[in-house]
Write a protein that binds this ligand. Structure first.
Ligand SMILES: Cc1ncc(COP(=O)(O)O)c(C=O)c1O
Length: 407
């Protein structure tokens, strides 16, 4: 075979999908959310008759409140079944601007809001709209895996901002200062944080905003999807500090606080010009967010709030149970999370590798959890548990883990 052709063939083989079809080289840079892989493994074991306790899933185990479901049914009957504007229904954007503004003590306009199918698209759409080849993006690590995946995929340079236990899983601001360069285009933060459960305080965010001030080309993507799920700690947004409203993209949504993960509804709040750019991306990617779902989202934000409040209270109780339980296991140690519904546990003293232990706990103790490495390299040595499960199941999971690890 001629050398040129052989080289081309080799390249195609290197970029092949499992089925043999050629994959684009770009695809090699796309990561994934391995939480879903764990869920598949757990479901396979369940199909074999095993009773698995799910502490891997990042979704509330509560049902979507009835008033939201009713609003959706009504919207279907009223004919909200057609395309809508890519940016989102004006009546929903108005409500989001009001409610998100009230909650953050800021003023937002409807033209700053972009409605998306879930909060997740705000990550990829913002990176797509703002990050060029070689631009640096600093992101929290451990962190939601899609940040790193999307930065890599879009050709940006992913620069991890480690969240270390010795700093209570808060980013070291001196380290951040060192990592900021002229090429830094974006900083991605997340509070309350998945997987560490930390909530960035007002004074801390103020300090961070001050550090970012000289970097005028820099955007901040502030993932606030868990903003209403806190346990005593006060949620604050970096967007409110001087110089920040113009260059912060707030990501929020309904998946977590209204137990609406399957509905696929979320939003971003940003500079109106950037909102136009993201709407153009949305036109290319998804045309619009499902219109009857958007109508239900109006009810979620304006209707009674007792269901989400009750859910947060219940998470609070579960958090205390899981913290005490995990800390009672030999070789395990964890800090008390202040928000979201996850806990990260240091398992280094057990002598296990975290990936190995997550697999063993699933296969031999019938408890599904995630290796810290699912959230980036700085998650090594940790396991992440979600406490979106009943207290009874959490207690049983602790017993199972204890029996396995201390045997
Ligand atoms: C930190 C973080 N951001 C965003 C999302 C995505 O939310 P959604 O389901 O609304 O797309 C998740 C989901 O787990 C998350 O943990």
């Amino acid at each position: 075979m001629p050398i040129k052709k052989a080289k081309r063939m080799k390249k195609i083989q290197e970029c092949s999908l499992a089925c043999g079809l050629p994959e684009s080289p770009r695809m090699k840079r796309m990561g994934t959310e391995t939480a879903f892989d764990m869920l598949v493994k757990a479901r396979n074991l369940e199909a074999q008759g095993k009773h698995i306790i799910h502490l891997e899933i990042g979704e509330p185990d509560f049902d979507t409140p009835q008033n939201i479901k009713d609003a959706c049914k009504k919207a279907l009957d009223e004919g909200f079944t057609h395309y809508g504007p890519a940016q989102g229904l004006p009546e929903l954007r108005k409500v989001i601007a009001e409610k998100a503004g009230e909650f953050r003590k800021m003023t937002f306009k409807p033209e700053q809001v972009v409605v998306t199918p879930g909060g997740k698209p705000i990550m990829s759409y913002s990176i797509m709209a703002l990050v060029d080849d070689g631009d640096e993006v600093i992101y929290v690590n451990p962190g939601y895996p899609i940040y790193e995946s999307m930065i890599d995929f879009m050709g940006g340079k992913a620069v991890p901002l480690p969240l270390l236990e010795e700093n209570d899983f808060m980013p070291d601001l001196k380290y951040l200062k060192k990592k900021l360069t002229k090429k830094t285009r974006m900083l991605i933060i997340n509070t309350p944080h998945n997987p560490c459960g930390v909530v960035f305080s007002e004074s801390y965010l103020k300090e961070m905003a001050k550090i970012l001030e000289p970097y005028d080309k820099l955007w901040v993507l502030s993932d606030e999807i868990y903003s209403r799920i806190t346990y005593g700690a006060k949620f604050e947004t970096i967007a409110k500090f001087p110089g920040m409203p113009e260059r912060t993209i707030i990501l929020d949504g309904y998946s977590k606080i209204f137990a609406m993960t399957g509905w696929r509804a979320g939003y971003g709040i940003m500079h109106p010009e950037l909102a136009q750019a993201l709407s153009r991306v949305a036109t290319n990617m998804n045309s619009c967010t499902t219109t009857f779902v958007q109508r239900a989202c109006i009810e979620a934000l304006t209707g009674p709030q007792d269901a989400p409040e009750k859910m947060v209270k219940e998470f609070h109780k579960r958090r205390d149970v899981i913290v005490n339980g995990l800390n009672s296991i030999k070789g395990f140690s964890c800090k008390t999370p202040q928000g979201a519904f996850y806990i990260i546990v240091n398992i280094q003293k057990t002598g296990y590798d975290c990936r190995e232990l997550a697999d063993k706990l699933l296969n031999e103790a019938s408890v599904a959890c995630l290796s810290g490495t699912c959230f980036g390299s700085y998650g090594k040595g940790y396991l992440r548990f979600s406490y979106a499960n009943s207290i009874e199941n959490i207690k049983e999971a602790i017993n199972r883990i204890k029996r396995y690890v201390e045997k």
